[in-house]
Design a protein around this ligand. Structure first.
Ligand SMILES: *Cc1c(COP(=O)(O)O)cnc(C)c1O
Length: 452
C-alpha cells in the first residue's frame, strides 16, 4: 500500500479505521485548519517533524555539579559504607526524602524490588496469606508476594490504568493480608476508596510509587498515604541513581521490621537511638543496604525532583489542553489531575486496531508514540500463568486456594482491552514549546483523520 493511488479516506477505510459518513465533516472547519486537510505522513504526506521526538530518562538530564560534589565527598571520605559513618549520605537522603514526602521514616535500599520485599517482611506477609495487586503492573509486585510464600490475587485495572477500586471487594477473603496499590505511569491510584475498604476489612495497604515519585493524591505525596510505601530509583523512574529504592512509613514497628529485614536482622546507630533501642528482636533477613555513592546521587537528585515534576506536569497539561477540543476525545482517567505526574498523555482509540494505527501514524509524523508501558499484563505472562517458582513445593501454590487459583489471559479481559486500546505520547521535562506544539499538531492531524 503506497497511499498514492488511493484517497486518504479509502486508505483508512481499507484499514478498517473509518466508517461511512462523517469523515469529511471537519474539512474546511477553520477551528481545525491545518489538520483536517493535511495528508498524513504515513500516507506519504509531509511529516510534522523531520527528526523523531522522544522522551529520555529524566534524572540524568539533571546531573550536574551537585551530584558531582556529593560523589566526590564520598570518595574523599574513603568510607562508601553507610554505617560507621559520621556523615552518611544515605542517612541524609533518608531524612530529606521522608521530610519531602511528609512521612515519619524513610529507609534507603538497593532497589524497588528489594524495597517491596522489605515491605512484605515488615507486614509479616507469609504462607497462607493472600495479597491483592493490579493485573497490569511490574513483575516485582507479583514476585515479592510469591517470594514471601504468599498467594498473589489479581484485580483488573480501570481507565486510569490503575487497580479498579470497585473490583477489589470481591477478591477479599479472610486470608487477605495486604493490597498493593500501584501508582502506574505517573497517575496516582484512587487511594480513598482503597483505604476505606482496607480499614473496613483490617487489611494493610502498600503503596508502590516506583512509577510516580513526586506524584500527589489529594494534596498528599504518594508513599505517605498507605501503611507502607516503596519507591525505585532505577534509571527509568523520576529521579535516579541507576539502581536504588526506598521504603517509607509512619509506623515505628513497620519501620523497625523493615530496618531489621534489610540489614541482617539488626538495628544500628543512629536508628537504635531513634527507635529507642527497638521493640523487636531479629529474625531471618537479608542485606539490601544502600551504599554511600547511591545515597550521594539520590541526595542530589532529590533537590531536582520538584523541577522535574513541575515540568512534566506543565508539559502534559499543555498537550492535554491543546487537544481538548477534538470532538469525542477521551483521555486516560486520573483521580487527581493536579497531583498526576504528567508522565504521558494517553488517548482511548476505541480498539487495538485503531490504536496501533494511531501509534504508527504518529511515529510517521516524527513523534514517538506508544501504548501504556513500563508494566506487563502479569496474569497473561507465561511464567505466571504456569505459577513457576524456584521449587515445586513452594508454599504459595500448594495451599488448596493456591492450587485452585487460575491466572492466564482469560482472567483479565478488561485489563487486556484497556491496555490495547489506549495510545499516547510520553512527556519529557525538557521538551521545548516547539516540541509540545509538534506533539499537539501531530495528534490533531492523526486524530482528525481517524474520525468517522
Ligand atoms: C520499576 C518498578 C519496580 C521495581 O523497581 P526496581 O528498582 O527496578 O527493582 C516495582 N514496581 C513498579 C511499579 C516499577 O515500575
Amino acid at each position: 500500500m503506497t497511499g498514492t493511488t488511493k484517497s486518504r479516506r479509502q486508505f483508512l477505510k481499507s484499514m478498517g479505521l473509518v466508517g461511512a459518513g462523517a469523515f469529511w465533516v471537519a474539512r474546511g472547519s477553520s477551528a481545525l485548519a491545518g489538520s483536517s486537510r493535511e495528508k498524513l505522513a504515513i500516507e506519504g504526506g509531509e511529516p510534522v517533524r523531520k527528526s523523531m521526538l522522544s522522551s529520555r530518562p529524566y534524572g540524568p538530564q539533571f546531573y550536574d555539579d551537585v551530584e558531582k560534589k556529593e560523589l566526590i565527598e564520598v570518595l574523599e571520605s574513603r568510607n562508601p559504607f553507610r554505617w560507621w559513618h559520621g556523615n552518611s549520605k544515605v542517612l541524609q537522603f533518608e531524612q530529606a526524602y521522608a521530610k519531602h514526602i511528609g512521612v515519619k521514616h524513610a529507609l534507603g535500599v538497593t532497589s524497588g524490588t528489594t524495597a517491596l520485599l522489605t515491605a512484605m517482611a515488615a507486614l509479616e506477609v507469609g504462607p497462607g496469606d493472600e495479597v491483592i495487586l493490579p493485573a497490569w503492573t511490574w513483575y516485582a509486585d507479583y514476585d515479592v508476594i510469591v517470594l514471601a510464600g504468599a498467594l498473589p490475587v489479581f484485580v483488573e485495572i480501570d481507565e486510569s490504568f490503575n487497580i479498579d477500586p470497585t473490583a477489589i471487594a470481591e477478591k477479599i477473603t479472610p486470608r487477605t493480608k495486604a493490597i498493593i496499590a500501584v501508582h502506574l505511569q505517573g497517575t496516582p491510584a484512587d487511594m480513598d476508596p482503597i483505604m476505606d475498604l482496607a480499614r473496613k476489612h483490617g487489611i494493610r495497604v502498600v503503596e508502590d510509587c516506583a512509577q510516580c515519585c513526586g506524584g500527589k493524591y489529594k494534596g498528599k505525596y504518594v508513599g505517605a498515604i498507605g501503611d507502607i510505601g516503596i519507591n525505585s530509583f532505577q534509571l527509568s523512574k523520576t529521579i535516579t541513581s541507576g539502581e536504588g529504592g526506598a521504603v517509607t512509613t509512619n509506623d515505628d514497628t513497620l519501620f523497625e521490621r523493615a530496618m531489621r529485614f534489610h540489614d541482617v536482622g539488626s538495628l544500628r546507630s543512629p536508628y537504635t537511638e531513634a527507635l529507642k533501642g527497638g521493640l523487636l528482636s531479629g529474625f531471618a533477613s537479608c542485606n539490601f543496604r544502600m551504599n554511600e555513592f547511591t545515597g550521594a546521587v539520590l541526595k542530589a537528585q532529590l533537590q531536582k525532583l520538584e523541577t522535574i515534576c513541575e515540568r512534566l506536569r506543565r508539559n502534559a497539561r499543555i498537550v492535554r489542553e491543546g487537544i481538548a477540543d477534538l470532538p469525542g476525545i477521551k483521555l486516560r482517567k486520573t483521580p487527581d489531575p493536579e497531583g498526576d505526574l504528567g508522565v504521558g498523555v494517553f488517548i482511548d482509540c476505541g480498539n487495538r486496531q485503531r490504536r496501533d494505527f494511531f501509534l504508527r501514524a504518529l511515529r510517521a509524523e516524527g513523534v514517538a508514540a506508544s501504548g501504556p508501558s513500563g508494566s506487563v499484563i502479569l496474569p497473561a505472562d507465561p511464567r505466571i500463568e504456569r505459577k513457576a517458582t524456584v521449587h515445586p513445593d513452594w508454599p504459595s501454590f500448594n495451599s488448596p486456594r493456591g492450587r485452585e487459583i487460575q491466572y492466564g489471559a482469560s482472567s483479565c479481559p478488561k485489563t487486556i482491552d484497556i491496555i490495547g486500546r489506549f495510545g499516547g505520547v510520553l512527556m519529557d521535562p525538557n521538551f521545548s514549546d516547539q516540541d509540545l506544539n509538534d506533539i499537539i499538531r501531530a495528534i490533531r492531524k492523526v486524530y482528525t483523520a481517524m474520525q468517522s
